[in-house]
Write a protein that binds this ligand. Structure first.
Ligand code: SF4
Length: 319
């Protein structure tokens, strides 16, 4: 199979702090965490203000070093307790999550899976058959969530095979895909992918992970427009210190999402993962910001403020 435009673009990603510093026009006035490797797509980098070390997009892909916090750990969600088969998580009623790939288009330094051992979860042919059998044997499961990593790193051939084999399970109605692709590598939204979505008999819900309005530009909004004609679009943001922890930014984000037919869905409190301490926002501040959104925006523009608690079988609302 020939290399696609998006794959060539991905090869031009920034992959190290040295490379990044060489392309910024300002020195970074803080030390940077280097545990989780840097990876920044060309489109995302083009949206960063190269002269601002506190640019809200830059701060998502490098994390200033701060002191460790005692309640932060490498596995904040204890996902391995809900891992009946390699590549499969089953925690919530009616839904299972499949980790299609461990790779991502971009590395978000607040990522709760930054220490996750994806090697132990890689899905061989046999594992995939076991996952299909697991879903077939539990008629309460109606939705499969494709996650990762970023599931849209998989090529169209693999995605089609995956979605087609899920569509053969009678009690499944929905495939949900969590991805940063629409904002960070919009060229991945090619005709082949749109065709897979429009031809599937399963309902396709795509959850974009967009944290700041500056992540949206004409190029990715055009692809989001195409996606909105084939899928239901929701957005999930993480509340991040110095990135989006204020009313103005989140209100603007909600307005732009609605323009792109994306429903603001969740505003997530950070999962307390080691290495992401810089991004921590107190619950008090989170609730204050959320209250401002509630009081000043129409309801459909206000995402739910939630956090994930490892042993709870649903997300927990903070307000
Ligand atoms: S794209 Fe998602 S899984 Fe990948 S690093 Fe970012 S938050 Fe983590």
């Amino acid at each position: 199979m020939s290399t696609q435009i998006w794959q060539k673009e991905l090869l031009r990603s920034i992959r190290s702090l040295t490379e990044l510093k060489a392309q910024l026009t300002v020195d970074l006035p803080y030390p940077v965490n280097t545990n989780f490797p840097i990876k920044i797509t060309p489109l995302y980098f083009s949206l960063i203000n190269k002269n601002n070390p506190y640019d809200p997009l830059l701060l998502q892909v490098i994390s200033p070093k701060v002191d460790a916090l005692s309640d932060f750990s490498e596995a904040p969600l204890k996902e391995l307790e809900f891992n009946p088969l390699p590549g499969l998580l089953h925690k919530y009623a009616g839904r299972v999550l499949v980790m299609l790939t461990g790779a991502c288009m971009i590395h978000c330094q607040y990522c709760f899976r930054q220490h996750f051992s994806y090697q132990d979860q890689s899905i061989s042919k046999l594992h995939w058959q076991n996952i299909i059998n697991y879903i077939k044997n539990d008629v309460s499961i109606f939705e499969v969530i494709l996650s990762g990593g970023d599931p849209l790193v998989a090529n169209n051939n693999m995605l089609k095979k995956t979605i087609d084999s899920l569509a053969n399970i009678a009690h499944l109605t929905t495939v949900r895909i969590h991805t940063r692709v629409p904002s960070v590598l919009p060229n991945r939204i090619d005709n082949g992918l749109l065709e897979i979505f429009s031809q599937s008999k399963l309902k396709i819900i795509l959850v974009t992970h967009i944290n700041h309005p500056n992540e949206l530009c004409d190029e990715n909004m055009a692809k989001i427009d195409l996606l909105s004609k084939k899928t239901t679009l929701l957005n999930q943001s993480v509340l991040l210190h110095k990135v989006n922890d204020n009313y103005d930014t989140l209100a603007q984000l909600s307005k732009q999402l609605i323009q792109g037919n994306i429903m603001p869905y969740y505003l997530h409190q950070l999962d307390p993962v080691s290495g992401a301490e810089f991004y921590n926002v107190s619950d008090t501040k989170a609730c204050e910001i959320h209250q401002q959104l509630v009081s000043q925006l129409p309801g459909y523009m206000v995402p739910k403020l939630v956090r994930e608690i490892p042993d709870r079988k649903s997300k927990s609302a903070l307000t």
